[in-house]
Design a protein around this ligand. Structure first.
Ligand SMILES: [Zn+2]
Length: 245
């Protein structure tokens, strides 16, 4: 098993023997926990939902569930379209009022992935003057067969599907980052700020915020990262942990 979760480290105990705990992935990017010595702390992650869903997809493949890899990759791509829309509608210098544009249009897009894709393509074309990269029709068919027809995909089909999704997300993200780096950061911060508001407990002594080292984040720093290499790395790590226990 190579289940994906958050490895949280207690900052108070780190000097006296690396106290850490594995926290299962939740809907929130904010994790509140107590170490075994009772230090109460929070750790939050700035990774957008698409990034975490793609990580779940890779772990599903490592764990032997190609079908779940395809459905999570497909969900990651849809959430990337949402993320890109948020970023593009988050205009310079007018954070508050412009963010409202997204909030106003999203309710009309929320329930239909086709509408979301249409909005993404249109807003992107208006922003960049050309169409964004999207999945080929053949690849979309694989997704539909898996999600709507219950197809049991093979490992190699899932690996290839995940790579296609990663290529689409990465190609668009790089362009988005070149033009909208500040808005990307603001969009990530806004999502977390919302979660932090609910964190009122004064007994929390340490608060940490990180970008979790996912497959997608690795790719941003080393362009030769692929789905196959990620799988090999995760399998090796799981094997090392298994031998250590
Ligand atoms: Zn501690």
């Amino acid at each position: 098993m190579a289940s994906f979760g958050m490895q949280a480290t207690c900052f108070d105990c780190i000097m006296s023997g690396n106290e850490s705990e594995w926290l299962p992935l939740t809907e929130s990017n904010l994790y509140v926990w107590r170490c075994r010595r009772g230090h109460h702390q929070s750790v939050s992650f700035r990774n957008p939902r698409f990034d975490l869903l793609f990580e779940v997809a890779i772990h599903a493949l490592v764990d032997g569930y190609p079908r779940e890899c395809i459905s999570s990759s497909a969900a990651a791509l849809e959430r990337f379209y949402e993320f890109a829309l948020r970023v593009m509608l988050h205009a310079d210098g007018a954070a508050t009022s412009e963010r409202r544009i997204f909030e106003e249009v999203w309710p009309q897009l929320r329930s239909s992935s086709e509408r979301q894709l249409g909005a993404f393509i249109s807003v992107w074309a208006s922003e960049f003057g050309s169409a964004p990269r999207t999945l080929d029709e053949k690849v979309v068919k694989t997704r539909n067969d898996v999600i709507h027809k219950g197809k049991l995909a093979s490992r190699s089909e899932a690996e290839s599907f995940a790579q296609d999704v990663l290529d689409v997300i990465f190609a668009n993200y790089v362009l988005l980052e070149q033009r909208k780096a500040q808005q990307i950061e603001a969009t990530k911060d806004a999502a977390l700020d919302q979660e932090m508001k609910g964190l009122q407990s004064s007994s929390i002594t340490r608060r940490g915020t990180h970008d979790y080292a996912t497959v997608f984040r690795r790719l941003l720093h080393s362009p030769d990262e692929t789905v196959t290499r990620s799988i090999e790395r995760i399998e090796k790590m799981a094997e090392t942990r298994r031998l250590a226990n």
